[in-house]
Design a protein around this ligand. Structure first.
Ligand code: NAP
Length: 291
C-alpha cells in the first residue's frame, strides 16, 4: 500500500517517520516545505501539491490544523480531488468539528473518494513508536482495507460508525485533557501560594487513586517551567472552541468547557499559544503575579 501524508507538524512528522521505519513508501506534502526535511532525509518523496500526493498514493493521511485547512488541501487549487484515481481513500487524522467532517466526507463522496475520520490520542512521542490510540469512522470496507496501516500507526484502533462519530469521541477525550491540565495547574498554583513544595504535592497526588498519566508524566516538567510543546496550547484552544461549537449545535450545556474556553483564549491572547498545552500553568503563574 502506497501512503501519502499531508501535514508535517509535530504529530504528522512522527507518524511519517514511524510509517517509513515500518516499511511504507511515503509521498509527503507540507504547506511550509522546510518542515519536510527530516522525512526527506529518511527517504520520503516530497512533492509540491496535495494533488501529487493523491496521484502517488492508495491512501492519503491528512494531519493538519483544522477543518479550513482540510478543506483547502482537499478541494482547492491542486487539492486532493485533482489527483483522484480509482479506490483512493483519504484518512483525516486532524482534530476537527464532527459536522464539518461529515460535510467534507460527503463532498469527497461526490468524487467517489472514500473519507474516513481517524483522529488519534497521544502525541509525537508515542506516534514515533506506533503507540497512538485511534478512533475511526466512515465506510467500513474502506476501514477494513486500511486496518493493517492503522495497526501500524496505533496500538488500539476503535471503529465507531458513520463519519463524524470518531471526531465526537476525540472531542470528549480532549475535554478530559483540558480539565486535567487545569486541575493540575490550579492545584500546583494553590500549593505554591501556600508555600508547600509542589514536588511534594505531586508525590502525594501520585500516591493516590487520583493520579493520572499527566500527573505522572508531565507534571514534574511543569513545575520546572519546562513547556516544550508536544501539543500546543493554541491547538488545544482550537479544540476547546470546537467542543463549544459542537455542544451548542447539539443543544447541550457544558458549563466547565465554557469557563475553560475563556481561560485558554486569554492565555493565547497573552502570548502562551506556542507553549505545550500544560503551559496553562505558566499563564496562571503570570495571572497571580499581577494580583
Ligand atoms: N500534537 C499532538 O499531540 C496531537 C495529538 C492528536 C491530534 N492532534 C491534531 O493533529 C493536527 C496537527 O497537530 P500538530 O500538533 O501536528 O500541529 P502543528 O505542529 O501546529 O502543525 C500544524 C500542521 O497543519 C498545517 N496547516 C495549518 N494550516 C494549514 C492550511 N491552511 N493549509 C495547509 N496546511 C495547514 C501546518 O502547515 P505549516 O507547517 O505550513 O504551518 C502543519 O503541518 C491538529 O488538528 C491537532 O489538533 C495533535
Amino acid at each position: 500500500m502506497k501512503v501519502g501524508l499531508i501535514g508535517t507538524g509535530l504529530l504528522g512528522n512522527s507518524v511519517g517517520l514511524h510509517l517509513m521505519q515500518s516499511g511504507y513508501q511515503l509521498t509527503v506534502f507540507n504547506r511550509t516545505s522546510e518542515k519536510t526535511k527530516e522525512l526527506k532525509n529518511n527517504g520520503a518523496q516530497i512533492v509540491s501539491t496535495p494533488k501529487e500526493v493523491a496521484k502517488n498514493s492508495d491512501v492519503v493521511i491528512t494531519v493538519i490544523k483544522d477543518s479550513n485547512a482540510v478543506k483547502q488541501v482537499s478541494f482547492e487549487k491542486d487539492g486532493i480531488i485533482y489527483g483522484n484515481h480509482k479506490d483512493l481513500i483519504v484518512c483525516d487524522m486532524s482534530t476537527i468539528n464532527p459536522l464539518e467532517s461529515k460535510n467534507i466526507a460527503e463532498k469527497f463522496s461526490k468524487h467517489n473518494i472514500s473519507m474516513l475520520d481517524t483522529p488519534v490520542m497521544g502525541g509525537p512521542n508515542v506516534a514515533i513508536t506506533g503507540d497512538l490510540i485511534m478512533m475511526a469512522a466512515g465506510n467500513k470496507d474502506s476501514f477494513d482495507k486500511c486496518k493493517e496501516l492503522f495497526d501500524t500507526i496505533a496500538n488500539k484502533v476503535f471503529f465507531l460508525g458513520e463519519n463524524g462519530t470518531a471526531h465526537a469521541v476525540k472531542l470528549a477525550m480532549n475535554l478530559q485533557i483540558t480539565m486535567l491540565a487545569l486541575a493540575l495547574s490550579e492545584g500546583i498554583t494553590l500549593v505554591r501560594g501556600s508555600k508547600v513544595d509542589p514536588k511534594l504535592f505531586l508525590e502525594i497526588l501520585n500516591s493516590t487513586y487520583f493520579k493520572t498519566g499527566m500527573s505522572e508524566n508531565k507534571a514534574l516538567k511543569m513545575i520546572q517551567d519546562k513547556f516544550e510543546a508536544t501539543f500546543t496550547l493554541e491547538n488545544l484552544k482550537k479544540d476547546i472552541n470546537i467542543i463549544s461549537e459542537t455542544s451548542k449545535s447539539l443543544g447541550l450545556d457544558l458549563p466547565m468547557i465554557k469557563k475553560a474556553e475563556e481561560i485558554y483564549e486569554n492565555a493565547v491572547l497573552e502570548g502562551f499559544g506556542n507553549l505545550d498545552y500544560t503551559g496553562i500553568l505558566a499563564y496562571l503563574k503570570k495571572l497571580n503575579e499581577k494580583n
